[in-house]
Structure formats: C-alpha cells, structure tokens
Design a protein around this ligand. Structure first.
Ligand SMILES: [Zn+2]
Length: 471
C-alpha cells in the first residue's frame, strides 16, 4: 500500500498512537533477529497449500448480506487429519470434504475442519464451505481492514485487506506466501457492477440479477484478492489510448469522478511502460484501477486491480506518486510476494524507490536527490528502525518505506546503474509468482553483481543508525 503519506491512519497509528517498545525496535547490537517470529501467529495454516479458490458470492446491497460458497482446492503439506482456515465473523452452514459433509468448528476466526480420513501429503483435496452473513471489516493494529461499504447510500462495497483482512469475506489460508488461482462468480442486483481480480470471463443478467465471473490464474496471496461492487463508470484503455501500456488497463470510478480520473490517470500507461523497461515484463494479464465512492486513508495494490479512494483523484495529479507506487507493487509485492510480513521492506522499499524512478523519468527530482533528502529526514527522527524486522506495530511505518528505498539507492550507488537494474529485473524474473525474504535478496544481489553487497545493504536493513551514502 502507499501508506507513507501523512494522511494515512496507519501511519498515524504507527508513528504516534502506539508506544515504541524495546521488543519492537530491538535492543543491543545484534544485527539480525535470532529467529523469525510470525507477526500474525493466529493467521494461516502450515498444514496445507491452496491451489485454487472458487468463490460464488451472492451479495444483496440492500440488506448488506453475503451468501457464499467457497470451493477450495488444496494439498496437504504432510499427513493431516484436520484442515484449518481463517474466517472472521460470518456464519458457516456446512463444510464438505471431497463432496462429503464433515464436522467443523468455527471459533475466534478459525474454522477447524475434521477430515474423515488422513489427508496424504501432495494428494489434492477439495473443501466446500457454505457460509453467509453481514461482512464487516476486521480489527487490526492498523485500523479496520478487509470488506467495507462505500457510497453515500452504503450500497457499494470494497475490499482492502492488507495484511490480514481477507477472512472478513471468505475462508482462506491467510498467509502471504500461500498463493493460489482465483475464480469469482459474483451475483448482485441488475444495474450493479462487480469487479474482481483478473479477467472478466462472463457476465449475464436474468431475473433482476447480474452475475459477473472473473478468473485470475495468479498465483495470488489472499490478502490481495479484491471485490468491488456498486455502480461504476467503467472503461478499458488499450495501448493506443494510453501511450505504451503493455496490457489493457481497466478503470472504474463513480460517474461523477470520470473527468478527474481520466486526467489523473492519463500517465498510467507511461508508468507501466517505464516499469516494464526497468523491471521486466508486466507480470499479469491486465492492470486496473478502481476508484471507490469513499475516502481511503491509502490506496492498496490489490493484484491486477489497485483501489484508490475518491480523495486520491483531485483532478491535479496530486496523488500521482501513489499511482506509480501501487503500479510498482504488481512486480514487487504481488508477483514477488513476501515469505512473511517481517520482510515488508521488499514490498514498500521497492515501491517507494519506483516512485523516485518515476520522478526521475519525468525530469523532476531524481532518485539521488530524493534519497539524500529522505536520508536527512530519517537522521532527524528520534527513533530509527531495523527495517528487516520492523515489528508488527511498525509494519506500515513510513520509515520502512523510505529507508527501504534508501537501501536500494545505496546499492545503486555502490554497483552502478546497469548492474543495479539487472539485480531488480532478475529478482523479479527468478521469483515471479513466488515469495521472497530479505536474506534471499542479499544473496541474489551478491550473485548478480558478483561482489559482496552485504556491507552496503546490511547497515540500512539490520541496524538502527542511519548510514551515509557512499559513492
Ligand atoms: Zn505500498
């Protein structure tokens, strides 16, 4: 997400409202955490891997009621007798395992399903979860996240789940590294639109209802799954419409915002083209921006379909930095995603550096100017962060964003432009569709440039003191 701007509720929470604890910022002189701790230990299961989610969702915007059927294809990681999913406050009516009803218990956000046999490792199985209720955002250290309502009449919906909001609307294995294919069959009243990740493969209206079917081969982490319903003006921009976009760009917004959105996104194609040139081929079948009829604290980079608030489209490109930021996440954050949340700088530092590259491309402040200015700002802060493990409370702290981008700039200064961009391109190329961690990036960079870069990167990532830029 583009949460480093001061209007972000997440930033305010992280920077002001929550006391900085010794545990969060670490202590002593150790450079690396002794062991990895999950920031959200109650979320996700390591017992199985999800192959595909097929979500049939029937949403009534008048009663705010969602009736769902989630068909989940998965394999066991080892021999298991039960399967654990994450699902927040919705009610589960029935669970089938390979089409046979099985017992389950749904409590405190966990859906525990008892298998009628031992599930063998590597053997696919299918779960059918029938559920429903009135979806609501879930509480998180960063405020309410997940499913929410939009529009003055509250008849629209959005999803902004990062990091653990996906269980607000469907049963899932809520880990950033459990990536799957998705199909969404969404039924809403006729006249309402539904938008989801990937491509629209079917749309039909009958008996006062509209069914919208989308498919995204992914693979995609569940926190990046998105659904927007309501009344939208929709456009698809092709390469001819917007200079050089490598894929179709689907734009949806409230009817009253069309002119502002067209103006503010007019350079979206150039942004996609620049990042394709710098980072390698765009990783998915399409890109999209949905502007919802609500004010959002920050946009979110849902896979193939970023979401912005109406407040982010001011008709003056006042938020174009974030348009660039969310676009870059399609490579870094979505296509290459996180092995676990502590490595968040691999998302946010990269996307922030991509903002600086866009500025440089426009002939405005170049990345060196922006990095040195950011370093000065960081130095003035009383507290600094070890961003390779910032602590759950600081996950979306602006220091993770800026210091992460500075780390990349330090690498660029140390190795030169050509090797630096080769590191970024091959990082995406070799991890596309997978997930990654900080030690993996250090190893990768060292291999690509054939020299030790730990001395350049480690002080930015593992220490609190703000390093100097070396040239
Ligand atoms: Zn971001």
């Amino acid at each position: 997400m583009g949460a480093r701007h001061t209007c972000s509720r997440r930033v305010l929470l992280a920077a002001l409202a929550i006391p900085v604890t010794a545990a969060a910022v670490g202590g002593g002189s150790r450079r690396r955490p002794a062991r990895e701790e999950h920031y959200f230990p109650r979320h996700g299961s390591y017992g199985h891997h999800t192959l595909a989610y097929h979500l049939e969702l029937d949403y009534d915007p008048r009663g705010h009621r969602l009736d769902g059927r989630a068909r989940i294809e998965a394999t066991a990681n080892g021999a298991i007798d039960s399967v654990e999913l994450d699902l927040a406050k919705l009610t589960v009516d029935e669970v089938l395992l390979d089409d046979r009803p099985v017992p389950f218990r749904h409590r405190d956000g966990k859906l525990r399903i008892t298998a009628d046999r031992t599930l063998e490792p590597g053997r696919p199985f299918t779960l059918d979860v029938r559920y429903g209720g009135r979806p609501r955002p879930v509480h998180s250290p960063y405020g309410p996240i997940g499913w929410d309502r939009t529009g003055d009449e509250h008849d629209g919906t959005l999803v902004a789940s990062q990091p653990v909001g996906a269980p607000s609307w469907f049963p899932c294995n809520d880990r950033p590294d459990d990536k799957a294919a998705y199909t969404f069959e969404v039924t809403v009243p006729a006249g309402y639109d539904a938008l989801a990740n990937g491509s629209l493969v079917d749309h039909r209206e009958a008996d006062g209802s509209a069914r919208w079917t989308y498919h995204h081969p992914g693979p995609m982490a569940c926190y990046l799954a998105a659904l927007y319903t309501g009344r939208f003006h929709r456009e698809t921009w092709t390469e001819e419409d917007i200079s050089g976009a490598p894929v179709p760009v689907h734009v949806a917004c409230p009817a009253g915002a069309v002119d502002r959105v067209r103006h503010d996104l007019a350079r979206q194609g150039r942004i996609l083209r620049l990042y394709t040139d710098l980072f390698g081929p765009y990783p998915f079948e399409s890109y999209g921006v949905t502007v919802v009829d609500a004010e959002l604290s920050a946009p979110v980079e849902n896979q193939t379909l970023s979401v912005f608030g109406r407040n982010h489209m001011d008709g003056r490109r006042g938020w174009e930095t974030l348009v660039a930021h969310e676009t870059a996440h399609q490579w870094f954050g979505n296509s290459v995603s996180l092995a676990d949340w502590q490595h968040i700088w691999l998302n946010e530092g990269f996307a922030t550096y991509a903002e600086w590259l866009w500025s440089e491309h426009l002939g405005e402040d170049d990345a060196d100017t922006l990095a040195r200015r950011s370093r000065t700002d960081l130095t003035a802060r009383r507290q600094n962060l070890r961003i390779a493990d910032p602590g759950r409370r600081h996950l979306f702290d602006d220091r993770v964003y800026v210091r992460g981008a500075c780390a990349l700039h330090a690498l660029r200064l140390a190795v030169g432009d050509e090797p630096f961009f080769r590191v970024l391109r091959t990082w995406h190329e070799t991890r596309r569709g997978g997930s990654a961690d900080t030690p993996g990036f250090l190893t990768h960079a060292r291999r690509v440039v054939a020299r030790d870069v730990e001395g350049v990167l480690a002080p930015w990532l593992y220490e609190k003191r703000v390093p100097e830029f070396r040239r």
